[in-house]
Design a protein around this ligand. Structure first.
Ligand code: APR
Ligand code: PHB
Length: 395
């Protein structure tokens, strides 16, 4: 079997790439190790930048997003019992973000690809990629109990942080830069209306908390917890009480979250990691396969989308002109944005969380930085520009 672009992984990166290539008339095959249900139910963040929304629309996946996605024009930061609204359009010349869950993005893209795209095989586990530096790289995988080989013009590893494609880049040429944080997030989904119509990011003496949402009747909430925390140690009432304590404001001490049945509970570790280069020969890495960020800046999905937008454009340029110029520039083009997002995610994470070994001095620095964002239009603009994302050229 042969295809132009062999795509490993059907997360948002692999699926969006397959859709953008289909639109450009370039054939691809997507191989995904998990089953459809697993891929569609996996809980991740749900904030989409303008460029991600534009790409989903261009890929034909804008229908439900436009009907059900909730545009957000700001976030609220809380620290020291004080609330600060960051006004995105006012600070960035009109940019905003959308709340639309990654599970829904994935469902929309899977449905489209199965209806009118190239092959998308679930339960097809890739074991190795060979020949990155040849004209015919191959993907070895198992599907329906049989070993198979897919020969490709190009291979794109969209196989996430634990994927195998990275290994196609020779170890001597591959560099991974990484930071592991000394805390995790306990996340819940609850059938309860959000307490506020925007997201709330809270610094508190008790640790970080985030109030997000999935819809007008479903809340998504997070608490900073120690690494290794067992969700079973956090009964629902304890979570609600802790969220209320961390989100408390000086002036409205009585305001409380709306409580409701908790339908999902899990602990997420926090890590920053970048693998360079993002291309070796005819093998490309995109999304979490190349880089991950802690979720505090809501950048993971948007970075994955930005990679495949750049890559789809490079493939289309190659198809139209025969030039490999944009394919050759892929790694450098993406890494500029990746490192900006890595810095922003690190900044949001380390400014809002309390490190277990943190001194009073370090806490005062955090509070001073948060005061600065609250009091200075320049500092707030810096946050708003990063949060809403660097603009990409239109697709
Ligand atoms: N063979 C086939 N598929 C694989 C293999 C393999 N050996 N290894 C991993 N996969 C699949 C995974 O099952 C998963 O469905 O690759 C897919 C990778 O998807 P994601 O982890 O969602 O990564 P990506 O598409 O880059 O999306 C990034 O996910 O982690 C979040 O915050 C991050 O929102 C961001 C998004
Ligand atoms: C989420 O809704 O899951 C979410 C929102 C913002 C973040 C992280 C997660 O920064």
């Amino acid at each position: 079997m042969h295809t132009t672009v062999g795509i490993i992984g059907a997360g948002p990166a692999g699926l969006l790439l397959a859709r953008l290539l289909h639109r450009a008339g370039i054939d691809s095959v997507v191989l995904e190790s998990r089953d459809r249900d697993y891929v569609e139910q996996r809980q991740r963040a749900g904030i989409l930048e303008q460029a991600t929304v534009d790409a989903l629309r261009a890929a034909g996946a804008g229908g439900r997003l436009d009907a059900e996605g909730i545009p957000h024009d700001g976030i609220e930061l809380r620290h020291g019992g004080r609330a600060t609204r960051i006004d995105f359009p006012g600070l960035t010349g009109g940019r905003r973000v959308w709340v639309y869950a990654q599970t829904e993005v994935v469902k929309d893209l899977v449905a489209l690809q199965l209806a009118e795209g190239g092959p998308l095989h679930f339960e097809a586990e890739v074991t190795a990629v060979h020949g990155a530096d040849t004209d015919r790289p191959t993907i070895r995988y198992t599907h329906q109990g049989r070993e198979r080989i897919l020969s490709c013009d190009y291979v794109v590893g969209c196989d996430g942080f634990h994927g195998v494609t990275r290994q196609a880049v020779p170890a001597a040429e591959r560099r991974t830069h990484e930071r592991v944080y000394p805390y995790s997030w306990l996340g819940i989904l609850a059938d309860a209306p959000p307490v506020y119509d925007e997201l709330i990011y809270a610094h508190s003496e008790r640790g970080f908390a985030l109030a997000s949402m999935r819809s007008p009747s479903v809340s998504r909430l997070y608490l900073q917890v120690p690494n290794g925390t067992d969700p079973a140690d956090w009964p629902d009432e304890r979570i609600w009480d802790e969220l209320d304590a961390r989100l408390a404001l000086r002036d409205t001490a009585g305001a409380r979250l709306h409580r409701g049945p908790v339908t999902q509970k899990s602990v997420l570790p926090m890590r920053s990691s970048v693998t360079e280069p993002m291309r070796w020969g005819r093998v490309f890495l995109a999304g979490d396969a190349a880089h991950i960020v802690p979720p505090t800046g809501a950048k993971g999905l948007n970075l994955a989308a930005a990679d495949v937008i750049v890559l789809a454009r490079a493939f289309a340029h190659h198809r139209a002109t025969g030039s490999t110029e944009l394919l050759d520039a892929y790694s450098d083009t993406c890494l500029r944005r990746v490192w900006r997002a890595e810095h922003f995610s690190y900044f949001m994470t380390t400014t809002l969380h309390t490190d277990p070994g943190q001194s009073g001095f370090e806490t005062r620095l955090q509070l001073s930085q948060l005061d600065r964002i609250a009091d200075s239009r320049h500092a707030a603009t810096e946050l708003a520009e990063n949060y809403t994302g660097l603009p990409l050229d239109p697709v």
